[in-house]
Design a protein around this ligand. Sequence first.
Ligand code: GAF
Length: 374
Amino acid sequence: MTSSFQDLYGHLPETVVQAPGRVNLIGEHTDYNGGFVLPMAIPQQTHIELRKRQDQRVRAFSLNTDHRGEILEYELGHEDRRKGWLDYLQGVTYVLRRAGHSLTGFEVRITSEVPLGSGLSSSASLDVSLLRALRQAFSLPLDDVQIALLGQQVEVDFVGAPVGVMDPMAASIAGVGVALFLDTRDLRFERVPLPPGVDPIVINSGVAHNHSAGDYRVRRAECERAAELLGVKQLRDLTEADLPRAEKLPDPLGRRVRHIVTENARVLATVEALRTGDLPKLGTLFYASHDSQRLDYEVSVPEIDLLVDLGRADPDVYGARLTGGGFGGSVVMLAREGTGVAVAARIAKRYADQSGQRPAILLPQASSGTLSSR
Ligand code: GAF
């Protein structure tokens, strides 16, 4: 059943906006260490239709959740974490009101093409799209970076997922087919187009993750502890010259530091390779990043490693790596131009046959961004 806004609420919406998911090309787990990231928006978006109310009541309907078909409600000023999708909405009104913005209640209908738990930032796309809708509906004086920072507060302060700033920044300011080279320490950014000759591919492994769960939190705490032991504010402050010292830390802290330091260097090298169009170099950096995530940061899972290995064995693939927070989610690959559709189809088929999972393919540069399940 796909009830329209009119079916649900008896009138038309006043505001219709959207925000995309993202694929991170490289720079994983560097954002909460003050480091570099390189995400790109994907064509899949979260869509919001909204209409203001006179009272303080929020009424919300989402088409892609377990609550399918049900309108959930809460009262502004009485936001209360219930651990469901409504928490993202409650988090948005909570952080906006905390920042002094005045709102009234509203009715909202949400639909999203960004698959949940896929490492493609479905939650930041929801946070940012709702923040955009409320900015428009209530004429809030917020720029796109402020929207992203509020989106991060929703996750950290309300939902309880201690994430960095990459995903809301990507949802708020990144474009499709153009990488966003972002320094998460000072939020300076530059847009870097993908060079000709390459087809980016994303394959969702079908293994879902959850960042408010323990593993992500543990990694973040390990980084903070390592920074403290090494006497720096953030791991971003270290260079490769510090690695011998870091390697003396109790395991696994030394390996966590090595991932962050080498991953930051790989982001810089990737930006350079994008600029010069050095596709083999991009591929080498992707595989090195994956190995570092697998061995040093320990955020991969066997299904993701299988997808990357299928990439390694494919003559049309330059490079492949886990993208996003890990513990499941998706792999991003760079294929030879013109081969992306065929490569994605054959790797997804081999993966499905060997893993028993149901992968989904996403072509981040296609204008419609095909997403298909086998
Ligand atoms: C998740 C988080 F939300 C990001 O902030 C980032 O840390 C990423 O994992 C790993 O790079 O997407």
